[in-house]
Design a protein. Structure first.
Length: 384
């Protein structure tokens, strides 16, 4: 039986917005027909990949006015997610909303209310749930390989903080709230998923101690093109950082989950390497990943310790994670396929919009804690 064609638009088509091109599959009846960016000159690849008739615009309202757009990818800066998602759903479009859902808890709740009121299909892009490393860890937990989960730890090393987050809008609270949302929303959601519960209370500690000391460009100077270049090391060897920097470059959260599991999340934006390292400890063992995705140069692995031992570097069993094609360890293509399945009436295998809201809520409350007294903050449930 032939499937109904799907036509997509993308708001915030530069950088992360290019994930939308994974949905341009004419052979499967899927077409990107409109792309919006405040820098339309960067959208040439959309015309090249999607054909001469693709709409390129700087006004997202022009895109939403098109009757032939069935669904919209929203990959604009974080502080615009709420405005763009609500406008798209009010216009009758399905929505793929890049994480974080919004930069405030209230913003997330307004998005959820709009989805329920309009009946629009809302999907939040938590691709980490589809990462092969995380999928393997989840299967081991579900199989009982470590008994009942009691603790989850995540250390997040980010070597490219100076390339990505301290040269543009991410560096300002008014646009991002803090990097516990922009980066940590992924990991908070994964912690919830592995532990089988959401966070009821969180405390935080963090500071800005490196990027605030480095040479910045003047407000009138243009933002440099982002380049992920490993020669940009250490951070003090480069310049042209954002004129305004008021978000933390090092943060730590302690989380008490509803089911009794306790968790921690640590994030550093001036580490020399980049990886996420998860440890899940249960009543009968623990698992830990080394590398968060396999590449053509190195393999990621998940290690299982399930007998009492002294120091055992590799554990008692090692699971090599095969290389997968696609960005973010192959999770992006799977994420887009899941979104398309939802648009066509299927059930998502990923995070729900409520899951996405709960990740933001923890990030917001943890950020409030670390910026004030470091005390415990209750994470509010969504209003009935």
């Amino acid at each position: 039986m032939p499937v109904k064609p799907l036509h997509f638009g993308v708001i915030g088509a530069d950088r992360r917005g290019r994930i939308s091109l994974l949905a341009h599959r004419p052979e499967d009846g899927m077409h990107v027909v409109a792309a919006c960016s405040l820098t339309p000159e960067r959208l040439g690849n959309y015309r090249e990949k999607c054909g001469p008739d693709v709409l390129l615009t700087a006004d997202y309202r022009e895109l939403l006015a098109r009757a032939d757009v069935d669904a919209v990818f929203i990959c604009s800066p974080d502080h615009l997610h709420e405005e763009h998602a609500i406008a798209a759903m009010e216009a009758g479009k399905g929505v793929f909303l890049e994480k974080p859902m919004a930069i405030t808890i209230a913003g997330c709740d307004r998005i959820l209310e709009c989805a329920e009121r309009t009946g629009a299909k809302l999907y939040v892009g938590h691709n980490m749930r589809f990462a092969p490393v995380i999928q393997k860890m989840k299967r081991l937990v579900e199989e009982g390989a470590i008994g009942e989960v009691q603790a989850v730890w995540c250390r997040h090393f980010i070597s490219y903080g100076g390339d990505a987050y301290f040269r543009d809008w991410h560096s300002e609270q008014r646009y991002s709230n803090g990097l516990l949302l922009q980066k940590g929303a992924h990991d908070i959601d994964v912690i919830h998923w592995l532990a089988g519960a959401t966070t009821r209370a969180v405390s935080g500690m963090g500071k800005l101690s490196v990027y605030n000391t480095l040479p910045r460009r003047k407000p009138e100077e243009p933002q440099p093109t982002v380049e992920f270049d490993r020669s940009h090391w250490p951070p003090s060897a480069t310049s042209q950082y954002s004129p305004r920097i008021d978000v933390e470059d090092h943060s730590m959260l302690l989380m008490q989950l509803e089911n009794g599991v306790q968790a921690s999340y640590l994030q550093c934006h001036y580490a020399p390497d980049d990886q996420r390292n998860y440890t899940v400890i249960g009543t009968a063992g623990r698992i830990e990943n080394f590398g968060d995705h396999s590449t053509g140069e190195r393999e990621a692995s998940v290690h299982l310790w399930n007998r009492r031992t002294g120091y055992a570097r590799d554990g008692h069993e090692v699971f090599i994670i095969p290389f997968s094609e696609g960005e973010h360890g192959g999770s992006d293509p799977t994420l887009i396929a899941d979104f398309v399945r939802v648009l066509r009436g299927g059930i998502s295998a990923g995070a729900t919009p409520l899951d996405a809201r709960n990740a933001v809520a923890v990030g917001c409350c943890g950020t409030e804690s670390l910026r004030q007294d470091g005390g415990l903050r209750a994470v509010p449930a969504r209003p009935a």
